[in-house]
Design a protein around this ligand. Structure first.
Ligand SMILES: Nc1ncnc2c1ncn2[C@@H]1O[C@H](COP(=O)(O)OP(=O)(O)OP(=O)(O)O)[C@@H](O)[C@H]1O
Ligand SMILES: [Mg+2]
Length: 247
């Protein structure tokens, strides 16, 4: 069973065009992602990458089609059940970091666990571990506006990791970062896949970030234009059958 199975995913936003006409951001996307994969989604601005990621993560409900996560059809879940799956099984790193400005870094990272009813001391311990894993321990008591862009990005990653989710969905996690910070984030996400067996699906414009992934999906105009296994020859040989599909 794939970890994520998306079938005929389509998303139309009502009255979003300049003339008030609906905009179809994603058209009939089929996608199957196995546990332990590291997938990069690329494509031009406005091609529908974020919308696909949001649907995979249960943040946006598709207009038609469905997303199965670990065999569960997200459309069949009510809002509470969906919120629970999102909180426990999915770590979402947003294109804009979505850190709460009035909370410290530690409190921001602990938030998913607080919502889950975990005791404060346990929340803080787990949050501190996640913060340490992204190299921000000395900044734990700072508020987001006292952090640099790169640090805020790493804070958003720590918050996504704190629940040890099955899948990490990351929207342009290196988009606002310099080369050094980008490398740090790429290494961190690669480690999740290699060392912890987690699944990472990220959206990126950056060739260096895409190159770290084992599979590259190109989106053009709301559709998957190509879906290719990449990486070194050993990895390709080990991954069978080859999944190179160019439509
Ligand atoms: N909430 C929304 N309401 C209306 N239209 C939307 C909404 N979200 C996205 N769109 C439209 O859907 C299309 C795809 O948007 P999306 O954000 O998925 O693109 P993207 O590939 O992530 O772009 P970028 O690289 O700039 O982040 C765009 O035309 C966008 O204007
Ligand atoms: Mg986007």
């Amino acid at each position: 069973m794939p970890l994520i199975l998306a079938e005929h995913l389509t998303k139309t936003f009502d009255a979003a065009g300049h003339d008030g006409s609906p905009v179809t951001a994603v058209r009939d996307v089929d996608l199957s992602i196995d546990a332990g994969e590291f997938v990069a989604i690329t494509g031009a601005s406005g091609s529908g990458k974020s919308t696909i990621l949001h649907m995979l993560g249960g943040i946006t409900r598709p207009t038609s089609g469905r997303v199965m996560l670990e065999g569960v059809d997200l459309a069949k879940l009510d809002d509470d059940a969906l919120a629970l799956v999102r909180r426990r099984r999915i770590g979402f790193i947003f294109q804009r970091y979505n850190l709460l400005p009035e909370l410290s870094l530690l409190e921001n990272v602990a938030l998913p666990l607080v919502f889950d009813g975990m005791k404060e001391s346990a929340c803080h311990k787990a949050a501190m571990e996640a913060i340490e894993s992204v190299g921000l321990a000395p900044r734990a008591s700072h508020r987001p506006d006292a952090l640099s862009g790169g640090e805020q990005q790493r804070a958003a990653i720590a918050r996504a990791l704190v629940t040890s989710p099955a899948v990490v969905l990351a929207d342009e996690p290196t988009g606002a970062l310099d080369t050094v910070n980008s490398r740090h984030v790429i290494d961190l996400l690669s480690c999740l896949v290699k060392d912890r067996g987690q699944t990472v699906v990220l959206v990126t414009h950056d060739p260096a970030t895409a190159a770290a992934a084992g599979r590259l999906i190109r989106v053009i105009d709301g559709r998957i234009a190509s879906d290719t296994l990449v990486g070194d020859a050993d990895e390709r040989a080990a991954a069978s059958p080859a999944r190179t599909v160019v439509r």
